[in-house]
Design a binder for this molecule. Structure first.
Ligand code: MEV
Length: 456
């Protein structure tokens, strides 16, 4: 039981039936559940099925909005796709906070994407270097049909660099290629060019009269973009005079808050254990917008974490300073994003997200995403150095538990009051709710509110 041949050839219906029959306790119920998440419009469902393989249903995630993001003088309502409670609320609250303190300012530092052609060749490095200008011009000629459109949009191939790794790995060289891909993330463009380069460079050494013996043989190991794009970088920043931080937390003045906040960021610079959690908070915001706009969150995460460790130690991606009474908080983050191509126009909600964001260019999207990462980080660290994170989290957690227990609105209200100063746990909420419901049965007349609950 469990194995199957030719699963990909099954119809969707057959896949669903097979999975349910093989692996679920109640196949009929499982099939109904999976089908219940199909889109009612068959055409839309066909689009979703086409995104992946062996699809049997859809997996929903909440699609929320964090309004009031003032970024470079323009107000945005930012779409977020995230399953973790508190994240959208935290983003919205940080956005509101900074809206009255100058908003988020961003700067695109660079937009270079990278690709690598890894190959094996046994010959003197300096010979390859000598012929590099000739090789480059043949490579560029060969891909003109691929680069023409991108060049019209202002992009294309920026540079081709030969890297010699033979000291670490015999015969291993690399062409490191830089690209400007304008509004597209550029993965297909880059990979097509690299593969064409692979064929061309092989032919170059095989056909050139100056290459002899083993030098005529070049083996392409692989051709692929690099998701590490440290020069596709954006900075998002907020700043304000310290006295404007006076109202951040009850009983804490602006100076005290700024100092604690600064120290918290400093700790994340120094200590990897804290840095990972700190940066996770940043990615709570970043991934949510990246996902909502149909971009590749795995690529963005992988790159961001590598960038966080660029000096050999994993550190905070954000920085803080306090100078001459001015509080500054900023985030430098590499973001390889696209606003055309890929899922951006295919996924109906990704398309809508981009419309809500007023059809941003890739650079504008970099700014919005970076501002969101900074907002999320600000909200998390603000909570950590003031009330603690659990207060907000537990409120949401309580609501999730109450939903799970199918509490009515009145019951939820009642229970929420009981838990203002009490630790939230599933069993404590369940017991309180049971007690409340029992009271409603035992003494319906004595308490109007409880009587209402009973009659829900
Ligand atoms: C939780 O998802 C994210 C935080 O842990 C981030 C942080 O600690 O900075 C709250």
């Amino acid at each position: 039981m469990g194995g199957v041949a030719g699963f990909s050839k099954f119809s969707k219906e057959e896949k669903l039936q097979w999975i349910a029959a093989q692996f679920t306790q109640d196949p009929e119920q499982a099939v109904a559940l999976l089908q219940g998440f199909w889109h009612e419009d068959a055409e839309v469902q066909r689009i979703f099925d086409g995104f992946s393989e062996n699809t049997i249903s859809n997996f929903f995630l909440p699609f929320g909005i964090a309004p009031n993001f003032l970024i470079d003088g323009q107000l945005h309502a930012v779409p977020m796709v995230i399953e973790e409670s508190s994240v959208v609320a935290a983003a919205a609250s940080a956005a509101k906070f900074w809206q009255t303190r100058g908003g988020f300012k961003t700067k695109i530092i660079n937009t270079i994407k990278l690709g690598q052609l890894h190959f094996s060749w046994s010959g003197p490095t300096e010979k390859l270097r000598r012929y590099l200008p000739e090789i480059k011009s043949e490579l560029l000629n060969d891909v003109q049909h691929l680069t023409l459109n991108m060049e019209k949009r202002g992009g294309g191939i920026l540079d081709i660099e030969l890297l010699d790794f033979t000291a670490q790995e015999p015969n291993y060289f690399q062409l490191k290629v830089s690209f400007e891909t304008c509004d597209s993330m550029g993965a297909n463009f880059i990979n097509s060019i690299l593969e064409a380069f692979g064929h061309r460079i092989q032919r170059f050494v095989a056909d050139h009269p100056d290459f002899i013996g083993a030098e005529r043989q070049l083996t392409v190991i692989m051709a692929i973009l690099s998701n590490y794009t440290p020069d596709c970088l954006v900075r998002a920043m907020v700043s304000c005079p310290i006295e404007k931080l006076n109202k951040v937390a009850e009983g804490m003045d602006g100076v005290r808050f700024a100092e604690k906040f600064y120290t918290a960021v400093r700790i994340a610079q120094l200590d990897t254990y804290r840095a990972v959690t700190h940066n996770k908070g940043i990615f709570n915001g970043i991934d949510a917008v990246v996902l909502a706009t149909g971009n590749d969150f795995r690529a963005v995460e992988a790159c961001g974490h590598a960038y966080a460790a660029r000096d050999g130690q994993y550190r905070s991606l954000s920085n803080c300073s306090i100078d001459d009474g001015l509080f500054r908080f900023w985030l430098d983050i590499p973001l390889a994003l696209g606003t055309v191509g890929g899922l951006t126009k295919l996924h109906p909600l990704a398309k809508l997200s981009l419309e809500v964001l007023r059809q941003p260019s890739a650079q504008q999207l970099m700014s919005i995403v970076a501002a969101m990462g900074l907002a999320q980080n600000f909200a998390a660290v603000r909570s950590l150095v003031t009330t603690g994170i659990q207060k907000g989290h537990m409120k949401m957690h309580l609501m999730n538990i109450l939903n799970h227990l199918e509490a009515s609105e009145q019951e939820a209200h009642w229970i929420a009051q009981q838990f203002t100063d009490q630790a939230v746990s599933f069993s404590a909420v369940r017991d309180q709710l049971a007690e409340l419901r029992q009271k409603a049965v035992d003494a319906p007349i004595e308490n109007g509110a409880i009587a209402k609950i009973k009659n829900r």
